[in-house]
Design a protein around this ligand. Structure first.
Ligand SMILES: Cc1ncc(C[n+]2csc(CCOP(=O)(O)OP(=O)(O)O)c2C)c(N)n1
Ligand SMILES: [Mg+2]
Length: 393
């Protein structure tokens, strides 16, 4: 579906790539098709399963937030193909830098849904160890992860060069870095700076933009007059524009990009055109700023339904498989709910221990001051919560 455009929009010279069309049929593309030759029925079922489980977790998390069990939730519905397809193309050694909606990406790297929900319950400031799964922590500050990712990519390239200069055997494969961000974040200055540095230093990085058409209530037509992929040329590297609801195109384009990056041919950018089907977060009401017919049109482009059509019609996968995935999703959601309801909140003083890796005298003093202040209150059981006074949290 064509994105809403501004009257001043310049016709794009970057073609929109697609392999799996809206009716669930595959077409050849000279650039992308070679990168998905190995994707057989087993792999396709795996891709479907990952998307479906991520969607089920997303639904459960939305309900948990509505029931007051999470502080906030950021729905991913609609973006499953962009996330699973791109993550699937990476090697476990590649370093990923998400923003805050990349749930399917972090699940692909082994982060458990319960670990992620601890963050959205306010029980942790992180959720996982970035060095264990090679995924940096979420960041809410738009675009801030992108210069970090470029710096990391420049560092890996320098390490590799230093090892080569010292005559040490080169590692098995060049580590690539993927920075995820959105159409709204793409207009932050950090992205421009990141692209200039990445191009100048030939950093092994993939800029992966999920253009979900909205930055909260601001439509994409306000962010850019051209598809974002066209911007890459201005920095001197390749930009690919893919149908982000077509998991095969996303997978192939990401593999193509990572191959190029590993050959030392500089950064690449991918714009995955997709749609945020739900609210921006559980604190948002999209009916205030977007039209129902737009949502309905994009609803016909659902990435899961498209892959399901292809699996059923071309790969003869039947109901049994889809039912087993749905059952697995239900069990996963039940476990997640039990897990979340059983989580014990950390005490506030624990946060002082997380400020620095090593003890710090100032933080130690602040912690003592805080504990002293807290000790001035009556123990929980003695509090009078019947009247209005003293009943506030
Ligand atoms: C530096 C900064 N400015 C503003 C915000 C407030 N904010 C949070 S999300 C968002 C929209 C981001 O849109 P986009 O980059 O398209 O990502 P999406 O939420 O659509 O995935 C804004 C403006 C923020 N978090 N950080
Ligand atoms: Mg967006």
């Amino acid at each position: 579906m064509a994105a809403k455009t501004h009257p001043g929009t310049v016709e794009s010279t970057v073609p929109r790539l697609q392999l799996l069309d809206e009716q669930g049929a595959v077409h050849e593309d000279p650039k992308l098709s070679p990168y998905v030759q190995d994707i057989d029925t087993v792999e396709l079922k795996g891709l479907y399963r990952s998307m479906a489980l991520a969607r089920r977790v997303d639904e459960e998390a939305t309900s948990l937030q509505r029931q007051g069990q999470l502080v906030l939730w950021v729905p991913l519905r609609g973006q499953e193909a962009a996330q699973v397809g791109s993550a699937w193309a990476t090697e476990p050694t590649d370093r990923l830098f998400p923003s805050y909606r990349e749930h399917a990406v972090v699940f692909h790297r082994g982060v458990k849904p319960g670990q992620l929900l601890q963050l959205f319950r306010g029980h942790t400031a992180g959720g996982w160890d970035p060095n264990e799964c090679n995924v940096n922590l979420y960041t809410m500050v738009l675009a801030s992860q992108v210069p970090h990712a470029v710096g990391y990519a420049m560092g890996t390239a320098l390490d590799r060069k230093a090892a080569e200069d010292a005559g040490e055997p080169a590692g098995e494969q060049t580590q690539a870095v993927v920075a995820y961000y959105g159409d709204g974040a793409s207009t932050e200055g950090e992205i421009h700076e990141s692209m200039v540095f990445a191009a100048s230093y030939d950093a092994p990085i993939l800029f992966f933009v999920q253009n979900n058409q909205w930055a909260i209530s601001v439509p994409f037509s306000t962010q850019s007059r051209v598809p974002l992929a066209t911007r890459a040329a201005g920095y001197g590297f390749e930009g690919l524009r893919v149908d982000g609801n077509d998991i095969l195109a996303v997978l192939a384009a990401t593999r193509y990009a990572l191959d190029k990056i590993r050959r030392g041919e500089g950064p690449v950018m991918i714009e995955a055109e997709t749609y945020r089907m739900g609210a921006h977060t559980t604190a948002d009401d999209p009916t205030k700023y977007r039209q129902r017919d737009e949502e309905e049109q994009w609803g016909t482009l659902d990435p899961l339904e498209r892959l399901e059509m292809f699996l059923r019609e071309t790969h003869h996968v039947g109901d049994e498989y889809f039912e087993s995935v749905a059952n697995e999703g239900r069990e996963m959601a039940d476990e997640l709910r039990t897990d979340v309801l059983g989580m014990t909140p950390p005490t506030f003083d624990e946060f002082f221990d997380k400020a620095y890796a090593d003890p710090h005298s100032l933080v130690t003093a602040e912690r003592a001051e805080y504990l002293d202040y807290q000790s001035g209150f009556a123990p929980q059981g003695d509090q009078d919560v019947s009247g209005s006074e003293g009943a506030h949290a």
